[in-house]
Write a protein that binds this ligand. Structure first.
Ligand code: C2E
Ligand code: CA
Ligand code: CA
Ligand code: CA
Length: 281
């Protein structure tokens, strides 16, 4: 853990602690889901912070969240299988599937009049390092006749090497294309601050672990207020995740958060139901 300047460090995802037979089983599940139509796309709204809880909620974007529908075990959570997907390389076809489904959905939403809605994708470091992400996104946007500025790519620090040329080049290419970049789960990793310093982000998403006691714990409220202020000082837009209560939303709004996301507004919704649900939001 001790680290001298310039030294690279790799963050180990927790699933590597799973017994080998469970990793192998999950990899098999993932293969099957990819080949036999077993992936499900969920969408969760992101609302603008000027929407007053209790009043009208303004939908500003949606985040794509993937699931596996397992024939025996039901719905599998991405927290379980994404690390296996990353380790096995299956994150590449998985990410491509999510992107295509997401863009197709956004094109349909646009035809229904939701033409300013943004779409956020979670991108793994492995996808960035594999190359081709920018080209695939550009091709998909063109094919679906979508403007690049409607796309946000969310990245965490997991498995990402600091001051990595490939990461920086990819980020710059994504921004040249017109897409925006968000640092996800902000505040939970080892190097969030260093990330903000070295990489060209547009948005910070404050992790939900800072939100749970927000309305009752003055220290937590002070922390969130400081993170929002820091984001703004750096010229970034600030999203707070994991809002479950009106009081939490209120506290974030009072402290100037730009966007909010959480069960309080809406849980993730299956993509095929999302248009009907969101059009009335
Ligand atoms: P994330 O990107 O931080 O996504 C937010 C997670 O918080 C989602 O969990 C969402 O369902 C959950 N959430 C949203 N609002 C609330 C709330 O108010 N309270 C609580 N307790 N939870 C809330 P989910 O869908 O299980 O996804 C877990 C993680 O898996 C994601 O965290 C993301 O890192 C990863 N993931 C999901 N889909 C993809 C994907 O397509 N590609 C990649 N690379 N990673 C993905
Ligand atoms: Ca995310
Ligand atoms: Ca997050
Ligand atoms: Ca997360």
């Amino acid at each position: 853990k001790g680290r001298s300047p310039g030294e690279y460090r790799l963050y180990q995802p927790s699933t590597t602690h799973l017994p080998a037979h469970q990793m192998i089983a999950l990899e098999r599940d993932l293969h099957r889901a990819l080949n036999e139509d077993g992936l499900r796309l969920m969408l969760q709204p992101i609302v603008t912070a000027d929407s007053i809880p209790g009043g009208r909620v303004t939908l500003s974007g949606v985040e794509t969240l993937v699931r596996i529908e397992h024939p025996e075990h039901g719905v599998l959570s991405p927290d379980t299988f994404i690390p296996v997907a990353e380790a096995s390389g299956l994150i590449l076809p998985l990410g491509a599937w999510v992107m295509e489904q997401g863009l197709a959905w956004l094109a349909a939403a646009t035809r229904q009049g939701l033409d300013t809605l943004t779409l956020s994708f979670n991108v793994s470091a492995r996808e960035i390092h594999a190359g081709g992400l920018v080209e695939r996104l550009a091709e998909g946007l063109a094919r679906h006749a979508l403007a690049p500025h409607r796309i946000i790519l969310e990245v965490t620090e997991n498995l990402m090497l600091e001051r990595d040329e490939v990461v920086l080049e990819t980020f710059n290419a994504l921004r040249s294309l017109g897409c925006r970049l968000a640092i996800d789960d902000f505040g939970t990793g080892f190097s969030s601050m260093s990330y903000l310093q070295h990489l060209p982000f547009d948005i910070v998403k404050i992790d939900r672990c800072f939100v749970s006691e927000l309305h009752t714990e003055p220290r937590q409220a002070a922390l969130v207020a400081a993170m929002i202020e820091m984001g703004h000082a750096l010229g970034l837009s600030v999203t707070v995740e994991g809002i479950e209560l009106n009081e939490q939303a209120r506290c974030c709004l009072d402290n100037g958060a730009d966007h909010l996301q959480g069960y309080y507004f809406c849980r993730p919704v299956p993509a095929q139901e999302a248009l009907a649900r969101f059009i009335t939001l």
